[in-house]
Design a protein around this ligand. Structure first.
Ligand code: HEC
Length: 255
């Protein structure tokens, strides 16, 4: 049947694209896009509509899926210029990470992105939550089914807490994120003012400060748990942000 043959050709074309992407000379830069699924909502896809996944074993800036793993899960590699965000995606969330073999992988919200060799066409999400550690990624950079949505704003911080946080911020953080949290003095940094993806989740902010991540250095050795809690509280509640307090216990939890 002509129709079936056309369909098979399309599927084969898709599989070839996935398998051979590293070898395909793409003319333009990689542009991330989104697709919808009834069960999972909006999630990231690549230019040909292939579903993109994050791997829970990856750390921001360091990929764990290499060798045989990368055959099953072909990394989305940078080709032909800086990767870009399509409609509905945050350009600040698009980043890159260097793989151990020297190739550069596209990341979103700190998550290096992969396709699944078992997906057969646009709309397939065969990898999601099936194999352990693989998740769809939403436009906020959250791994669907793994990362908690930002909690409802917690209790408002005291003025004293905010002052302490501001002192720590000006000494340790402003040089990269700007005094008003709206700069990227280090071009790889993110803005913090009005950036739900960066500061919406209390535990994730505390973890980022204590352990560092991607191109941000860790501050766990220089700062006490109280100072980390204060500065995390500050970045979540300064400049019009309103995400609630980070407690010293939250910080102890990520040490
Ligand atoms: C040397 C530059 C530098 C300094 C100093 C710095 N950061 Fe960052 N920060 C970065 C970069 C770069 C990123 C993006 C991380 C990445 O590469 O994915 C980032 C990301 C973040 C994020 C978002 C993390 C996420 O989950 O997306 C938060 C929150 C943050 N920084 C807070 C702070 C705070 C608070 C301080 C001070 C204690 C600080 N930063 C100091 C460079 C810096």
């Amino acid at each position: 049947m002509a129709k079936t043959r056309a369909r098979i050709r399309r599927l084969l074309g898709f599989a070839a694209l996935l398998g051979g992407l590293a070898a395909v000379a793409s003319s333009g830069p990689t542009v991330l896009a989104t697709a919808e699924d009834e069960r999972y909502g909006t999630f990231l896809v690549d230019e040909v509509g292939a579903t993109l996944y994050a791997y829970a074993e990856d750390e921001p800036g360091a990929v764990a899926c290499t060798a045989a793993c990368a055959t099953m899960w072909p990394p989305l590699l940078v080709q032909g210029g800086e990767p870009a965000a399509g409609d509905g995606l945050d350009p600040d969330a698009v980043g890159t990470v260097r793989r151990p073999d020297g190739t550069i992988q596209v990341a979103y919200g700190g998550n290096p992105l992969y396709r699944s060799a078992s997906d057969r066409g646009p709309g397939d999400v065969s990898g999601h939550d099936v194999a352990e550690g693989w998740h769809l990624v939403d436009p906020n950079g959250r791994r669907i089914g793994l990362d908690e949505p930002p909690e409802a704003a917690g209790s408002a911080p005291t003025a004293e807490r905010m002052r302490r946080g501001e002192r720590v911020y000006l000494v340790h953080c402003a040089e990269c994120h700007g005094v008003q949290g709206d700069e990227r003095a280090d071009p790889r940094a993110v803005t913090l003012a009005g950036n739900e993806r960066a500061v919406g989740n209390a535990g994730r902010v505390a973890r980022q400060i204590v352990r560092g991540g991607g191109f941000m250095p860790p501050f766990g050795r220089d700062l006490s748990n109280d100072d980390v809690a204060a500065v995390a509280t500050y970045v979540r509640n300064a400049w019009g942000n309103d995400y609630g307090e980070v407690t010293t216990e939250d910080v102890e939890g990520v040490r």
